[in-house]
Design a binder for this molecule. Structure first.
Ligand SMILES: [Zn+2]
Length: 204
C-alpha cells in the first residue's frame, strides 16, 4: 500500500469527545493516535472525518424527553441510538485530537450536520439516501480502495467501510488503529458484518 495513490486512508472521528475524558469516550480511544500517526505516512491520499452536530441534534438523548443516552428510538429513517451530547459544531469536544499528526491529509469531511439526520458513515447519512460527496471526491482522484481506521469500530468505522463497498471501492479496516464502543455485543457483530461484506481486517 506504500504511496499507492489508488489507496486512500480514511481516519474516522479522532476527536476530543471520543477520547477518554470526552463526552462520548470510546474505551482506550486515545490508543489509536500513535498508530494512526505512524501508518498515515504510508498514504499519499488521506481523509479525516469529523462528527459535526448542531447543538440540538436529533441523535442527542437531550432532545428526547424521558429518554436516556444509549436508548434506541425510531425516527422517520429507522432505528437511532441516542447519545450524550457530543461533537457540537465549533466546540473543543468536536476538535480533532491535538496529538493527531497527519499534516498531509487533504480533506476534512464533516458529517452529521443535518439537524434531523445522523451520519455514522462518511459516505451516506443515516437516511441512507443523502450523500456526503466523499464517493465523488475519491473517484475523481482515482481512488479504488480505502483503508479505514479511527473511532468507533462498531459505529462510524463500520458504516464507513460498508458504504465504501456499496460505492464500489475495495475496503479494509486497520484493526490496531480502531477502538469500539461495544453496546450489547455490537463490536463482534461489526467484525462479522464487515467480513461478510468482503472488508479485509489489516494489522498495522
Ligand atoms: Zn455523532
Amino acid at each position: 500500500m506504500a504511496a499507492d495513490s489508488a489507496v486512500a486512508l480514511v481516519v474516522v472521528d479522532v476527536q476530543n469527545d471520543f477520547l477518554p475524558g470526552g463526552a462520548l469516550a470510546v474505551p482506550q480511544g486515545d490508543a489509536v493516535i500513535p498508530v494512526i500517526n505512524r501508518i498515515a505516512r504510508r498514504y499519499e491520499q488521506v481523509v479525516l472525518t469529523q462528527d459535526w452536530h448542531p447543538a440540538d441534534h436529533v441523535s442527542f438523548a437531550s432532545r428526547h424527553p424521558g429518554r436516556a443516552p444509549f436508548d434506541t428510538i425510531t425516527l422517520p429513517y429507522g432505528a437511532q441510538t441516542l447519545w450524550p451530547d457530543h461533537c457540537v459544531q465549533g466546540t473543543r469536544g468536536a476538535a480533532l485530537a491535538d496529538p493527531l499528526e497527519v499534516p498531509h491529509a487533504q480533506l476534512i469531511l464533516r458529517k452529521g450536520w443535518h439537524r434531523e439526520v445522523d451520519s455514522y458513515s462518511a459516505f451516506l447519512e443515516a437516511d441512507r439516501a443523502t450523500r456526503t460527496g466523499l464517493d465523488g471526491w475519491l473517484t475523481a482522484r482515482g481512488v479504488q480502495e480505502v483503508h479505514v481506521c479511527g473511532l468507533a469500530t462498531d459505529f462510524c468505522v463500520l458504516w464507513t467501510a460498508l458504504d465504501a463497498r456499496r460505492f464500489g471501492l475495495r475496503a479494509a479496516v486497520i484493526e490496531p488503529a480502531c477502538r469500539g464502543i461495544d453496546l450489547g455485543g455490537s463490536l463482534a457483530r461489526a467484525w462479522e458484518e464487515m467480513a461478510r461484506a468482503g472488508i479485509a481486517r489489516l494489522a498495522a
